[in-house]
Design a protein around this ligand. Sequence first.
Ligand code: C2E
Ligand code: MG
Ligand code: MG
Ligand code: MG
Length: 298
Amino acid sequence: QAKSAGRNQYSFYQASTSQHNEEELKLEQALRQALRQQQLEVYYQPKFTLDTGKLCGLEALLRWHDAELGIVSPALFIPLAEKLGLIHQLGEQVMRQVCNQLHFWQELAVPVAINISALQLTEPDFLPKLVSILEQSAISPSLLEIELTESCLIPEQADYTLSVLTKLKALGLRLSIDDFGTGYSSLSYLRRLPLDALKIDRSFIKDLPTSKSDGQITLAIIAMAKALGLEVIAEGIELEAQRQFLLEAGCDTGQGFLVSPALPATEITPWLADSASCTSLVQFAPNLGATNPLRRRS
Ligand code: C2E
Ligand code: MG
Ligand code: MG
Ligand code: MG
């Protein structure tokens, strides 16, 4: 992991346990300080329609750049924040940043999705906080989407989770299941939830279109989502051939490095200003070559 993550990336790998503990303690302290000083920054990854390539939403992804540790991956610091009981404070900072940004982007009316972990959702203060932040930023709740992983849907808390989701839905928020296909949620429970979309996990997309079995799984997820009346969004589209496969499979939308990684808000604003026309991807996505149908269409 450390290797693929790049040179400047912090890694847990240590030879001895005492050294490991020392490193972990250092990371803990740095995270506490970063939260206190509000140093974590929300980046935004575009979601796009697979046929025309029009930008249709954003996903908020948290970034931490520590002066000493370098870039720390959310895959590392989110579980740590959960372990240390800091996830509520972290989640609140994300909600505030996103709602302020949505207020700034108000005229452009782009929906933004935030990731919420199970611990956050089952915190009694979660809904009141969210409502007050929405009111303070005076944005339409319909512009906010909540992404939940299947691990949010822990059976012991199924009824409580359902009641929170029903209230979120009543407020006008959109709800989607993240990393779909990697968890254990039962389809009968999923069917009871007031969902808008399923996100196909990147692990099924990454070997497309070569992998026959991943192709079959992807087709099955799309068919199931459609049968339940849900939108489908594919995560981690890196190749034009993957976009093509998913488009032909009936998937509506996607996100991935083919179009863009998550970027700071200031770099996203020009996309939004242009998203009324279908030219957005052509102008802003360097990975789309001249032979790409998205380019030709515009
Ligand atoms: P996720 O919600 O499933 O987000 C998708 C992850 O895939 C992101 O990683 C994104 O940068 C990455 N990704 C997107 N397109 C591609 C692609 O084409 N190729 C590859 N290789 N990767 C791609 P990231 O930002 O490192 O986030 C990891 C996870 O951390 C997220 O998975 C989410 O579960 C969690 N996370 C991130 N921000 C937050 C947050 O604000 N709150 C909470 N609770 N969790 C967060
Ligand atoms: Mg997500
Ligand atoms: Mg995901
Ligand atoms: Mg994922």
